[in-house]
Design a binder for this molecule. Structure first.
Ligand SMILES: Nc1nc2c(ncn2[C@@H]2O[C@H](COP(=O)(O)OP(=O)(O)OP(=O)(O)O)[C@@H](O)[C@H]2O)c(=O)[nH]1
Ligand SMILES: [Mg+2]
Length: 336
C-alpha cells in the first residue's frame, strides 16, 4: 500500500468512529518525527471537511478543585443523554509525569468504561506551543470521529488557560469554595475568558461557603466589561457538586443556551474562524522559533552571540545577520 492509501484508510476509519484508528491517528499527530508529521498533515487535510461539529468545552481549575471528578460526572450525564464524549488534556507542568489524565483514569472509572466516551491522556511534555497544537489537532480528529462533546481539561497555572480558551467554544472555570470573602487570587485575565464559573464542592459542610463564593464571583463578573459574545446573564457563576451530581444539568443547560444564542448571532462561527487564524499565526511563530533551535542556525546564533559578548559586533548587527540567514532558510514544515 502506498502512504496515500494508508492515510486514506486511516481517515476512513476515523470517520467511521473506529476508536483504535482514532487512537492511532492521535499518536501520529503527536509524533515529533518529520516523516510522521508529513503523514499527519495529509491525514488532517483529508479530515478538514468532515462537516462534523463537536462542542468544544474547555475546563480549567487549580489542582484538587475537582476537574477529574467533574469530568467523570458531567461526562456520564452527557453519555446518558446519548451523546459521545471525548476528553483531552493539556498539562503545562513539566514536573508532573506524562499525563495527568492517565493517573486520573481512576477518578474516571465509570467514564473510562463507557463505549461512547473516549479519554486521551495528555501528550508527553514539550513546550506549550507544541502541546497546544497537538491537543487542537486531537480535538479535530475527535470531531471528525463523530464525538459530540470534547472536554479539554487543563490545570490552571496561568498560560495554559489562554491556550485552552483559544481552542474551545465555551470556557469553564472550576473553583473551590473559598474560606473568606477573597476572590482566591483568580487573575482578572482568566476571569475575563470564562463563560461559566462553577463553584464545585457545593455540598455538605462546604455548601454555605460555596454559595458565598458564588455570590462573590457573580458580583465580580458583573463588573467586567460586557463582551460581544454573551447573551444576557453571561458570563455566569453557579454552584455544583461533582461528587453528588448536583447543578450539573443546570450547567449543561446554561452551556447549551449560550451556544444556541451564539450560533443564532453568527458568533459561534466567527469565534472559530478567529481561533483558526490565531493558531495559524501562532504556528508560524512557533515554526520560526523552532528553526532557531536547529543547525545550521543554532550554531550560527551561538557564534554571533559569542561575538556580541566579546564586543566585536553590535547586538543589532548580529541580529540582522541571524535574521538574514533565516530568510534564506528552506521551509521545514515539521516544526515544533
Ligand atoms: N466534597 C466534594 N469533594 C469533591 C468534589 N469534587 C471533587 N472532590 C474531591 O476533591 C479531590 C480532588 O478531586 P479531583 O477530581 O482529583 O481534582 P482535580 O482538579 O482533577 O485535581 P488535579 O488533577 O490534581 O488537578 C478528591 O478527593 C475528590 O473526591 C465535590 O463536588 N465535592
Ligand atoms: Mg485531575
Amino acid at each position: 500500500m502506498t502512504t496515500q492509501t494508508v492515510i486514506q484508510a486511516m481517515a476512513d476509519k476515523v470517520l467511521a468512529g473506529d476508536r483504535r484508528a482514532l487512537a492511532q491517528a492521535i499518536t501520529l499527530i503527536e509524533s515529533g518525527r518529520d516523516d510522521h508529521r508529513i503523514k499527519a498533515l495529509a491525514l488532517l487535510d483529508l479530515l478538514q471537511n468532515s462537516n462534523r461539529e463537536a462542542l468544544r468545552l474547555g475546563l480549567s481549575g487549580t489542582p484538587g478543585v475537582g476537574k477529574s471528578t467533574f469530568i467523570e460526572s458531567f461526562g456520564m450525564m452527557l453519555v446518558a443523554q446519548g451523546l459521545k464524549v471525548a476528553v483531552l488534556a493539556i498539562d503545562p507542568s513539566s514536573a508532573r509525569t506524562g499525563g495527568s489524565i492517565l493517573g486520573d483514569k481512576t477518578r474516571m472509572e465509570r467514564l473510562t468504561r463507557e463505549p461512547n466516551a473516549y479519554i486521551r491522556p495528555s501528550p508527553s511534555q514539550t513546550e506549550l506551543g507544541g502541546v497546544a497544537r497537538r491537543t487542537r489537532e486531537a480535538a479535530m480528529l475527535c470531531e471528525a470521529a463523530g464525538y459530540d462533546i470534547i472536554l479539554i481539561e487543563t490545570v490552571g497555572v496561568g498560560q495554559s488557560e489562554t491556550v485552552v480558551a483559544q481552542m474551545c467554544d465555551v470556557f469553564t472555570l472550576l473553583l473551590a469554595p473559598a474560606g473568606g470573602d477573597e476572590l482566591q487570587g483568580v487573575k482578572r485575565g482568566i476571569m475575563e475568558m470564562a463563560d461559566l464559573i462553577l463553584i464545585n464542592k457545593a455540598d455538605g459542610d462546604l455548601a454555605a461557603a460555596a454559595q458565598r463564593t458564588c455570590a462573590d464571583y457573580a458580583g465580580a463578573l458583573h463588573l467586567l466589561r460586557k463582551r460581544a459574545q454573551d447573551p444576557d446573564g453571561f458570563p455566569k457563576a453557579a454552584c455544583v457538586s461533582a461528587l453528588q451530581d448536583t447543578g450539573l444539568p443546570e450547567a449543561w443547560e446554561d452551556i447549551q443556551h449560550l451556544v444556541t444564542w451564539r450560533k443564532s448571532q453568527g458568533l459561534f462561527v466567527k469565534t472559530r474562524a478567529d481561533q483558526a487564524r490565531y493558531w495559524f499565526a501562532q504556528d508560524i511563530r512557533n515554526g520560526f522559533l523552532a528553526q532557531l533551535e536547529r543547525d545550521p542556525y543554532k550554531q550560527k546564533i551561538i557564534d554571533l552571540a559569542e561575538k556580541v559578548g566579546q564586543g566585536d559586533m553590535s547586538p543589532s548587527r548580529a541580529a540582522q545577520l541571524a535574521l538574514a540567514s533565516l530568510r534564506s532558510a528552506p521551509i521545514n514544515d515539521a516544526n515544533t
